[in-house]
Design a protein around this ligand. Structure first.
Ligand code: AKB
Length: 342
């Protein structure tokens, strides 16, 4: 029997989260890494992967080929169009974010039929699945729980909320009327990520991008005009904590997991509070406020914080970086280094 290489599949491998995750998984060294992205993988990531595909998760024939060559045990499905970009082409966002996820869930079922074990499916959801109707309600709601205010106002938020439900269906009810029990296929595990701030990459197409954009612009000595008001407040996290949370959820004992979807949180500064820290580090930072009312409306609909009690209880999530430590020990040293070199 032609043996297939056991691998972890990472979609959207060249994205912000993909960079951090590939480094972490390569360090762990448990499986070969199969990276797929619509763009060539960054040079720096190539030595860390066993195989790379430049392709589209909507290409069913491409995914069918994977079944013949690889034995996939875990899928980190990171590929997505983020909230702002999705508003410019909602139907395309639905195709990529939902049909793409459905294709990967189907691949997971087929793979598990081949090797007879569950395929762990790690899915990054988002605070974008929440929708607060106005600022007064947002302030009053405070730290929202997983089952509160699931009323997204963006196509991206709708996509992520529906994909959470799709994952739960594949894990618990897939082909429930079939003669053969297919339920073993997918072990779906999902985290609703806040805005993420990386020292090594700058996001594109997100509505929480103002925070990472601000600090990277200051480090480059470039003026930054914020598209949100100074009082805008949502939850954020340093990228290393986001990667650690994904790895912890993947490694969690299934008997401890009481949900398929988890909030996680670390800090929730206002845009002004974030700007004050940026100015403290870069005194010449030129930061101005020029709210884009439509993007502002999206940020105002997201909660100012989330309750991550379930994640702390079920898989011991605990952020290593609060806002101060994120700046002093992660963002500033690495961002300075990055732009000094360039
Ligand atoms: C976005 O802004 O769309 C993402 C997110 C909060 O999920 N960064």
């Amino acid at each position: 029997m032609l043996s297939r290489r056991p691998v972890i599949l990472i979609t959207g491998a060249n994205g912000e989260m993909g960079h951090g995750l590939i480094h972490q998984l390569a360090k762990e060294g448990q499986y070969d890494l199969l990276a797929i992205d619509i763009k060539e993988l960054d040079e720096s990531l190539i030595p860390l992967t066993a195989a790379r595909i430049v392709g589209d998760i909507l290409d069913q024939r491409l995914l069918e080929r994977l079944v013949s060559e690889f034995e996939i045990h875990t899928i980190f499905h990171l590929a997505a169009l983020l909230s702002t970009r999705s508003e410019f082409s909602p139907e395309t966002a639905h195709e990529v974010n939902v049909k793409g996820t459905l294709n990967l869930l189907k691949l997971a079922v087929e793979q598990s039929r081949w090797h007879g074990k569950k395929v762990k499916f790690l899915f990054p959801s988002s605070i974008a699945i929440y929708g607060l109707p106005d600022l007064a309600t947002k302030r009053q709601a405070g730290r929202v729980k997983e089952n509160e205010w699931n009323l997204p106002t963006t196509m991206y938020g709708c996509n992520k909320l529906y994909c959470e439900q799709l994952g739960r269906y594949y894990a618990r009810h897939y082909r429930q009327l079939a003669e053969v029990d297919d339920k073993k296929g997918v072990d779906f595990r999902s985290i609703r990520f806040p805005g993420l701030v990386s020292a090594f990459t700058v996001p594109s197409g997100g509505t929480s991008d103002y925070a990472p954009e601000m600090i990277h612009a200051a480090a480059k000595g470039e003026a930054y005009s914020s598209f949100v008001r100074p009082d805008s407040r949502i939850s954020f996290m340093a990228m290393p904590d986001a990667i650690t949370a994904l790895m912890q959820l993947r490694n969690a004992d299934p008997s401890r997991l009481t949900s398929h979807v988890y909030n996680i949180a670390a800090f929730n500064p206002s845009a002004e509070e974030f700007a004050t820290l940026v100015r403290g580090a870069f005194p010449k930072a030129d930061i101005s406020w020029n709210p884009d009312l439509r993007r502002q409306g999206i940020v105002d609909s997201w909660p100012e914080d989330v309750d991550d009690t379930l994640a702390r209880r079920d898989f011991d999530f605990m952020p290593a970086y609060d806002l101060k430590r994120a700046f002093e020990e992660y963002l500033l040293p690495n961002i300075r280094q990055r732009y000094l070199r360039s």
